[in-house]
Design a protein around this ligand. Sequence first.
Ligand code: FES
Length: 182
Amino acid sequence: MTDLHRPPTEAQPKRACMNRRDFLVLGGASVTVLATFGTDAFAQQLVSSSYARKVVGNVSDLEQGVAIAFNYPDDEIENILVMLNEEAGAGVGEARNIVAFNTVCPHMGGYMDASVFKPKHSVLGPCPLHLSTFDLTKHGMVVSGHSTASLPQISLELDGDDIVATGVMGLFYGFNRNPSGA
Ligand code: FES
């Protein structure tokens, strides 16, 4: 038996290893600290940007599982609005299932649109370039593919039947800071 295979003795205390659970807890705490305090005001801006409120649809017009396109915060930026079949993070409406996302892949700018929305699994994708797919119930988190960033999620509020966009969580692809809006 080699030294590597012998159990540690009193004279040889266990090595200070970090198990998987501790690693995940510590990693999560680090991310929270960075997200909360950041390094400067710009870091905060990457997390969330506010824009002028804009009505982007009506609840009564939405059909569950059917995505529709809209532009926000200016006419150049395309997004989809959809009523999912299940509750979603930051979803609005009675079932908290109405969400909106930008459709440009955060990896290298692959263009996705409503045609690649998969209602059965509430995902957008695959991206035509490197096949990234994004979970619309979990703030656009990557499910598979090359992207390491989530899809920017458009913040929504309801005003009666109106669905109102108020900002974006995340950074639009191609910008080093989000555009100032229309
Ligand atoms: S550009 Fe979409 S996965 Fe690479």
